[in-house]
Design a protein around this ligand. Sequence first.
Ligand code: DAH
Length: 341
Amino acid sequence: MKQQLEIIRASALEAIAQTTAAEELEALRVKYLGKKGELTAVLKQMGKLSAEERPIMGQIANEVRAALESAIDEARIRLAAAAMEQRLVDEALDVTIPGKPIRIGHKHPMYKALDEIKDIFVGMGFTVLDGPEVELATYNFDKLNAEEGHPSRDWSDTFYFDEDSRVMLRSQTSPMQVRAMETMKLPIRIIAPGRVYRKDEVDATHSPMFHQVEGMVIDKGVTMADLKGTLNAVMEQLFGEGTVTRFRPHHFPFTEPSCEMDVQCHKCGGKGCPTCKGEGWIEVLGAGMVHPKVLEMSGIDSEEYTGWAFGMGLERLAMRRFKIADLRLIFENDVRFLEQF
Ligand code: DAH
């Protein structure tokens, strides 16, 4: 029996020393010390021993048990340390690896131009308004004095949502004039930038969606001189001191008199070149004195108040400001193009 115990001790200690995993160690513990384990099996034979042998064997058996238990405890600590070591290796973070560069975007040239325009007008005491792109024909046309039958109301020009032509994608930012007059206290000084929609084919100068900036001033004693003075000052701030402008008569249903404003071509100084298509001038906006009928329709007394208004194409202005030749570049959003500004 003594020999049996020594064999168990030797083989168990060797096996325990070689374990590399916690489950293996547990299996060994069961194998030797468990209820049906090898040591237990030997102890069960103690009854067969003589009274003299029994305490001696009992002592050896206890020693073997204690030796196995402490070997198992030690192995458990060893395995736990090794597991921790492995985790530290596996989860190590190399803080010296160079990071992935983060691409920082930047402002689109058109919105850069818009920011400049907003700054200029805000500096003159204007408020910036935002309004709906899905608009009522009442605001887009009726209250702007563009009556039924006006060419721009045609289905070939305008995106309508209903058969009665009452709900539409706004074709201009001018309905913001009406919305401002109906909701704001006088005097009014506003600009209203935003998207507008027309049934145009895409080419170098056209897009079915583009941007306008509307502007309007209503106060007592406002004249055409204020319109010209303000817009000239704006163009000088945008395009540089000494920028030359001219005003040509035109027609819009919501202004009387109406005009268009041109800026002298920056490339040729008015002589005529490809940039200005030989004209020497580049058209930048439509404007005029707000029609008395338009004031009255929005509940403003046209005897007491007068006003002027303008609407400019933002893309065209940005193209001039940043010397961009093709409108499509503005909408394509190719980063190789955008990164240049
Ligand atoms: N809404 C006009 C257009 O889209 C531009 C315009 C002209 C706006 C004269 C105005 C204005 O406010 O007074 O062509």
